[in-house]
Write a protein that binds this ligand. Structure first.
Ligand code: IPM
Ligand code: MN
Length: 346
């Protein structure tokens, strides 16, 4: 069976890193067909919208979506992001955002004395509700009495499915699940989150479950990352914690993500976490590792477990032996690193 993959290079460094992810996947020689979709900020300027009106229908005819990044200084972020990535997450109901934060050999860690054995965390971020529900409004704009309201939404169903998925993943790893909460200050949303977590935890007796306030968890990630295995968090907490996790694993250029609707058959969306990085766009210096790692997660989603392992090993080898991009202390460009990964696969 041929896998159909929608390719959204997007804005900024997106096209540069996605080209390398594609080159690496192509080198694996799988039966895979790409549909390149030129959506993003340039599409907005040319056609008045970030992606076409039937974009979701187009994506649904694919098995997976590999995306670079969205965001350009010429478009307000809340327009560009609600026009593509947040829209896709919500409309395809991609409720789990899975982000491995593992320090690879050869990648410098900003935490003194930490080595790859200390940093192997897996973040599961709720991806459709919480603080990203998009519910709110503004009134009296421009007046002194101006008001903006933004509501967090937590549903029992939404919370339960992501917690259950995180418990499953923890059961298949080192058996520790840390739930990020803030139920000391929050009176409703995170209180529900904790109650549901307690209920689900009772079913997973083989997993050690702990509830940690998100502020304390941020400190713990820095002080003792080795004590963390799977971390489950709400949408906003997961967003913030995974930038911290990315820094601990060697920088934003290393971080990969999978947006999934487990068990649904809907296409997953795979993207590096670094964003469009307009400051370095077009210079061929962006680190393609996060995009290539995202392609690894995509291959797992497509059921190509062996190919995923092979690609991850090639990426690990290149991180250990070089070439490396400048963010990792090397001097290589994006394509040189991508070609080094692909060369190990041919
Ligand atoms: C991420 C990004 C997005 C998010 C932005 C670009 C909307 O920061 O994927 O982590 O906040 O989810
Ligand atoms: Mn983020």
């Amino acid at each position: 069976m041929t896998h159909r993959v929608a390719l959204l290079p997007g804005d900024g460094v997106g096209p540069e890193v996605i080209a390398e992810a594609r080159r690496a996947v192509d080198a694996l020689g799988l039966s895979l067909e790409w549909t390149e979709l030129p959506w993003g900020s340039a599409h907005l300027h040319a056609h008045g919208r970030m992606m076409p009106a039937d974009a979701l229908e187009t994506l649904e005819t694919h098995d997976a979506i590999l995306m670079g990044a969205i965001g350009d200084p010429s478009v307000p972020d809340h327009i560009s992001l609600w026009g593509v990535v947040l829209e896709i997450r919500q409309r395809l109901d991609l409720w789990a955002n899975v982000r491995p934060a593992r320090l690879l050999e050869g990648v410098p860690c900003p935490l003194a004395g930490r080595t790859p054995t200390d940093v192997d965390m897996l973040f599961v971020r709720e991806n459709t509700e919480g603080e990203y529900s998009g519910i709110g409004g503004r009134a009296h704009q421009g007046l002194a009495s101006e008001v903006a309201v933004e509501s967090s939404v937590f549903t029992r169903q939404g919370v339960e499915r992501v917690l259950r998925y995180a418990f499953e993943l923890a059961a298949g790893r080192r058996g520790v699940l840390t739930s990020a909460t803030k139920s000391n200050a929050s009176r409703y949303g995170y209180v529900l989150w904790d109650e549901v977590a307690d209920e689900v935890a009772a079913e997973y007796t083989g997993v050690r479950y702990e509830r940690v306030l998100v502020d304390a968890l941020a400190a713990r990630m820095v002080r003792d990352p080795a004590g963390l295995d799977v971390v489950v968090a709400s949408n906003l907490f997961g967003d913030i914690l995974t930038d911290l996790a990315a820094a601990i694993q060697g920088g934003m250029g290393m971080a990969a993500s999978a947006n999934l609707a487990p068990g649904s058959g809907r296409p997953g969306l795979f993207e590096p976490v670094h964003g469009s990085a307009p400051d370095i766009a077009g210079r061929g210096v962006a680190n393609p590792a996060g995009a290539i790692w995202s392609a690894v997660l995509m291959l797992e989603h497509l059921g190509e477990t062996g190919a995923a392992r092979t690609l991850l090993t090639a990426l690990e080898d290149v991180c250990r032996e070089g070439p490396r991009t400048r963010d990792l202390g090397g001097s290589a460009g994006t394509a040189e690193v991508g070609e080094a990964v692909a060369a190990r696969l041919r």
